[in-house]
Ligand binder design. Sequence first.
Ligand code: NOJ
Length: 795
Amino acid sequence: MNFRAASRVRVTAGKLHSMSSAFVIAWALLLLFSPGLAAQRPAVSGPGAASANPLDSPDLEKKVNELLAKMTLQDKIGQLVQYSAGQATGPSSGRTDDRDMIRKGQVGSLFNVTGSRETNALQHIAVENSRLHIPLIFGLDVIHGFRTTFPIPLGLAATWDPEIVEKASRIAAEEASASGVRWTFSPMVDIARDSRWGRISEGAGEDPYLGSVVARAYVRGYQGEHLDSPDSIVACAKHYVGYGAAEGGRDYNTTEISEHTLRQFYLPPFRAAEEAGAGTFMSAFNSLNGIPASANPFTLKQILKKEWGFKGFVVSDWTSVSELMAHGIAIDGATAARKALLAGVDMDMQSNLYHKNMFELVQSSQVREADIDEAVRRILRVKFAMGLFDHPYTDESREATAMLRPESIALAKTAGTRSLVLLRNEPVSGSPLLPLSASFSSIALIGPLADDAGNMIGSWGGLGRGQDAVSLRKALTQRLGDSRVRYAKGTDLLNGSDSDIAAAVRMAQVSDVAILALGENAGEMTGEAAARSWIGLPGRQQELLEKVVATGKPVVLILFSGRPLTLPWAFEHVPAALAAWFPGLEAGHALTDVLFGDTAPTGRLPLSWPRAVGQEPLYYNALNTGRPEADPAHPGEPGEKKFLSRYIDIANSPQFPFGYGLTYTSFSYGATQAVARQISFANLQRAFAENSDTSILSVSTEVKNTGSRAGEALAQLYIRLDGTSIAMPVRMLKGFQRLTLAPGESRKVTFGLDAKTLAFWGADNKFGVEPARLTVWIAPNSSEGQGTTLDISAE
Ligand code: NOJ
């Protein structure tokens, strides 16, 4: 039994009262003995899990309605307004200061204010001096930690470990709430297929299944067992929706996504967050099929609020309401405010337009007071569910002890270690270069990121401080002593001199091995507004790398980046390469543990790593096209592959596929076996209609540790459907399981596929099942494995 299976039973056990006990026991046993099922299923949408939503209770509605009945129109509008603390006083805002607004009940939320004393002081004004005593909700971008900084979200996703994501988010919640922050603008669950987009670093990559697993884990961690616990914070699923599909990877750019693609690929992680109980959503900056996401009634009202039944509230992104004017769908602020509110944006972040226009809009009947009521109800619902009315203040004594606890730092190290993806590990003198042999007596540590603690924190460091972070140099010298580690920067990230490069090369020449720490600047080159049109190593780093490799010394390349970097030369000439992303506070310790083999690398890519930027957008779950690159029907002459969907100058395949990652041993995967040769469509349809989680098909394979060390395999379940009403991707991830195997050990891994796993959005934009030909792979990554094919047969 693995941990996930155990916790799955624990999570759902309390909610099973309406089911027959025989079924409960059978279901629990099924989970205990089929760990794959537990990894595959949503944690809160299994049998009997429907009432988990803390925003959905008659008692809550009663409180909300009673308060609403006392509110004037101005009081109501105040609740819809949010500012970054101290930044509401721009030209013509008509504002004086935060305190005055709070006293007048003109603001429902402030963000970017931290510290229990500071937030309590403001909260006292709201609760004691405003007419209706409605508490404020304090928000912040707590993205991958608060004071204890974990790996950037892309790195957390690379762990493929929801348990780590959940624990990290819980720690973030405990720290943030001790500082008075009860609302985070996280998780970012945008599917991103283009590594030019700087914000690819902030999400979980390209896959809806992995994205959903990770989304649920964040929400569970932030919101905890009880949303009204003082150490829980409300999650915010963002950026709703389509933001990650920005054309050309350019931030804030237009997106065009068909309804089918939206539902099949982009919406599932949002849906998962909503099902896990996320109290808030953030509407995105981008336009989606011509309608800005912050004024899009189809996505906000129809899908989120109506189809999904979302009870919480939607906050706009920063000034995305006023940006409706730049988008061109409003020529004045009043129209922008009206369109956003009527589309379903309940709270206006920073635009000041709800405050300025909403009263007049209601007076002139352009907006009904009932529409305002609906938005206010949602905001009050969240405030009540958080327990803010009962305990509006933060216990100031918590703040001193909540931060940087030893166990939090220990988790930061574990998360850092498990986020590292070993991309390459070629033999040097007969054995793989990593883990580094103890016989190397001198190490040349080279590169602009080798002695850089600040960048380890990533682009959304919260209140993380560079001074708390451990650089690679620090950890390496702690471990080996000064005499064995020689350090040379070689070059800055952007600028470098011939003499510095030459000094680094000389140092490599006199050392046994060189470790190069290269990559991007977290703050300037990754994250928001950090799109890059070319995604190689900035500045003179490539030159430095090539010159150090030319010394003939073995080189370990450590890449710190918020995206995959296109380095085909490096991946051919450097024996060992690790994708480290930005590992957080414990970066150096995490890296040295892996470099010296205390821990083996276990991370896997949550996205496809391109060979060249021209391949972007690049994603494994693409459609086959009518002329796929490897099409037996169009073999062409040897060496001639024309008239196929391909580039003439580069392969279609990525440098490293989604799901890929090496470790210090190797595994073989046997052919995938299915227990049946056929699935009855009638049975499948019935199971789907009943929303049954029961396995329809069991598939398995043997995984063997073929190396000489114990190691962790990550068996990934992929499917493909052919013969369907709409073209489906060449592969879709549907589950994964971790297996620890001793050298030579072989184990059978089994997955159960239920009806939902085989369901998809059809040509009619309805979610359902269809007769089809099904291929299933249990594989080490998205491009390997021996699949098996069977029919979902209508007979
Ligand atoms: C803009 C960003 O797009 C969003 O992710 C963030 O939460 C807000 N600013 C608030 O800081």
